[in-house]
Write a protein that binds this ligand. Sequence first.
Ligand code: HEC
Ligand code: HEC
Length: 333
Amino acid sequence: MKKVFFLFVLVALSACKKDDTTTELTFVKPVHFPEPTYKFENNRITRAGFELGRILFYDGDLSRDGSISCGSCHLQSAAFTHHGHDVSHGIDDRIGSRNAPPVMNLAWGKTFFWDGGVHDLDLFAIAPIENPLEMDETFANVVSKLKKKAVYPPLFQKAFGTTEISGPLVLKALSQFQLMLVSAESRYDKFRLGDTNALTADEKTGLELVKTKCGNCHAGELFTDDSFRNNGIQHFGDKGRFRITLNDDDAYKFKVPSLRNLQYTAPYMHDGRFLTLDAVVEHYRKGVRQSPNIDPSVSNGISITDDEKQKILTFLSALNDENFIRNKEFSEQ
Ligand code: HEC
Ligand code: HEC
C-alpha cells in the first residue's frame, strides 16, 4: 500500500515537472515593495521563458567572438556586478567607462544605466551587445547565430510557441530572466515584515540614520528614488545624465543606486572609485567637492559623527541578501 502511494506521488511529481515548462512562473511582489513599473501584461513570465532567458544570459554567442556573456560582467556571486573591476572589461579585455551595476529588482526600474539611457527593459540587451567595448556584435547577427544552434528552436517553442527565433523574442526571454532577479530577503526585509529581532539595536539606529541622512535620495524599500543627482564626488570627464538629455542642468548627475547587497558589489560609484563603504561614508562627511548641479542636500557635506558612521555601516550590512547570490535558479546551469 505504502509502495503504491509512493509511486503515485512520484508520477504526480513528474507530471508536475513536465507541466512546469508551460505554466506561468509567478513573479511575486514582496509585500512591502511598491507596485512594479514593468508592464508584465506584454511579456508574461513562464518557467520556459525564464529558463530560456537564463541560457541566453550565460551564452557567449551574444558577443562577437563567443567569449563574453552577460554573466561575464554580471556575476551572481557579486550580486550580478563585475566583481573586482572598477570599470568593466569586455571583449578583447577592452576597458569600459563605467562600473557594472547589479542586475536586481529591475521590475521597479524606471530607467536603466547610470545615466538612464534606456527606458525599456525589453530593448535593453541591444545596448551591451552592440557596445564595441562590451560584446561588440550586431543584434541581427546574434539572432542569426542563435538560429544555427540546435538547442534553441525547441526552447523557443516551449517558451513562445514558435521555433522561429526573432529579435523581440530573444529580448523578451532575457527580460523574463532578469525580472525574476528579485532581492528582498535581507535581514532588513525580515525586520520590515515584522521580525523585530532581525536587526540589532545598533542596526535599528543605523536604519533611522540612513532614513534621515541618506533617505532624501536612497529612499523607500529599494533604497533609491530613481532620480538623477550629483552627490558631490569629484567629476572627471563623464557628465552622466547630460549625455542623454544634453541639458546643462543634468550635467554630473547619475542615477541614485540602491543600497541593497553592497557587501557583494564593491567597488562603488559609477566609476568604481571607492573600494570600501567606509570610504563612501567618508566622502559624504568630508570629501564633498563642489561642481555644477551639486545636490543641495550634500553640498555642505552630511554631518555624521564617528559613532553614527559605525551604526550606518552596521545597518548597511543588514541589507545583504545571501539567498539572492546563492539561489541556484539564477546560476548558469
Ligand atoms: C563588458 C561588460 C558587460 C557585459 C558583457 C554586459 N554588461 Fe550589463 N552593464 C555593464 C556596465 C558597465 C553597465 C553600466 C553602464 C552604464 O551605466 O553606462 C551595465 C548595465 C546593465 C544594466 C542596467 C542596470 C541598472 O540598474 O541600470 C542591465 C540590466 C544590464 N547591464 C544587463 C546586461 C545584459 C542583459 C547583458 C547581456 C546582453 C549585459 N548586461 C552585458 C557591463 C556589462
Ligand atoms: C543627494 C542625494 C544623495 C544623498 C543624500 C546620498 N546619496 Fe549616496 N549616492 C547618490 C548618487 C547620485 C550616487 C551615485 C553617484 C555616482 O556614481 O556618480 C550615490 C552612490 C552611493 C553609494 C554607491 C553605491 C554603488 O552601488 O556604487 C553608496 C554606498 C551610497 N551612495 C551611500 C550613501 C549613504 C550611506 C548616504 C547617507 C550618509 C548617502 N549615500 C547619501 C546620491 C545620494
